[in-house]
Design a protein around this ligand. Structure first.
Ligand SMILES: [Fe+2]
Length: 304
């Protein structure tokens, strides 16, 4: 083996390589020791999302390093919707997020309003109803290689509701639980055909072709672990072999009772910034302030 190819093999090893248990063990210990035990540990107060102070910036990155997510709470007086929209758009680039996902429901600036709709292109999709949403990562149905996956996203609550709570779990914790249970689960879920989303004909007649990819993948640029997943049982086809079926069943069990799962109900002026962690949402009814409104923006690339 030449020096160059030897170096390549070595650089591929690391905590997410099933052949490198030493790296995995060391990374796992650090990860579990640092992981937040309470939602409060994730919270960072910020004055203006459009202009983070160095302290706020460092605090968000520190939470993301530990848990791949941070929750911000805006201090000060509530702003109008337009100002909040502008502030959310300005937040991502300060965290290194610049490549906005091209989503069917996005406005020109990339922001998607998550609210209950009665008409229009968002009609017929669960996020735009008041129904619960099962565990998932964002954009799992739109995977075109690690470079074009949804790796980060922001949620910003403008109006809350009675319900609409989110559970949150760093996908790296799910990875740890699966690998500890059986490294074969990881091998099955890293298979490039582990999970298929069948073709979808949209209300306007446009066809979204079948989307096939792994559950866990490594971003070759950052060496970061990414995950695409949905707990939905409709409009999803798992690879038809025993190892995949066992891995999916194990993941379902883990998500049902993982003690490191954190839960929150976002209030107006609160937001989530994350490297596309696992999350769900309870159903809700409109609160006193009118219909629930959450802005969402998704990115390729991670909060490093
Ligand atoms: Fe989501």
């Amino acid at each position: 083996m030449t020096g160059a190819s030897l170096q390549k093999v070595e650089s591929n090893r690391g905590p997410f390589d099933l052949g490198d248990d030493l790296s995995y063990r060391a990374w796992r210990e650090r990860k579990l020791a640092a992981y937040p035990r309470s939602i409060h540990e994730l919270v960072v107060e910020i004055a203006d999302p459009a202009a983070l102070t160095p302290t706020e910036h460092a605090a968000i990155r520190e939470r993301c390093a530990r848990a791949n997510m941070a929750i911000y709470v805006l201090t000060g007086a509530p702003r109008d919707e337009r100002a909040q929209r502008a502030a959310v758009l300005a937040l991502g680039p300060q965290l290194g997020l610049t490549a906005v996902e091209d989503h069917r429901s996005r406005d020109n600036d990339g922001l998607v309003a998550i609210e209950v709709v009665e008409t229009g292109g968002r009609l017929g999709y669960i996020p735009y109803t008041s129904r619960p949403i099962a565990w998932h990562t964002d954009g799992y149905y739109n995977f075109h290689g690690p470079e074009r996956a949804v790796q980060a996203m922001l949620l910003h609550c403008v109006r809350d509701a009675d319900g609409g709570d989110n559970r949150l779990l760093d996908h790296e914790i799910a990875y740890i639980r699966l690998r500890d249970d059986d490294p074969g689960h990881i091998a099955a879920l890293m298979h490039p055909e582990a999970m298929s989303i069948p073709e979808n004909v949209e209300p306007d007649g446009k066809v979204r072709p079948v989307n096939v990819g792994p559950v866990f993948y490594i971003d070759p640029r950052a060496g970061a672990l990414g995950m695409r997943y949905t707990a939905r049982t409709r409009s999803i086809a798992w690879r038809d072999d025993a190892a995949t079926q066992r891995a999916v069943a194990a993941l379902t069990r883990i998500l049902a009772d993982e003690p490191l799962t954190l839960s929150t109900r976002m209030r107006p002026g609160m937001g989530l910034v994350c490297n596309n962690v696992l999350h769900d949402r309870t159903g809700f009814a409109d609160g006193a302030s009118g219909g629930r409104l959450v802005y969402r923006i998704r990115y390729h690339g991670i909060i490093a």
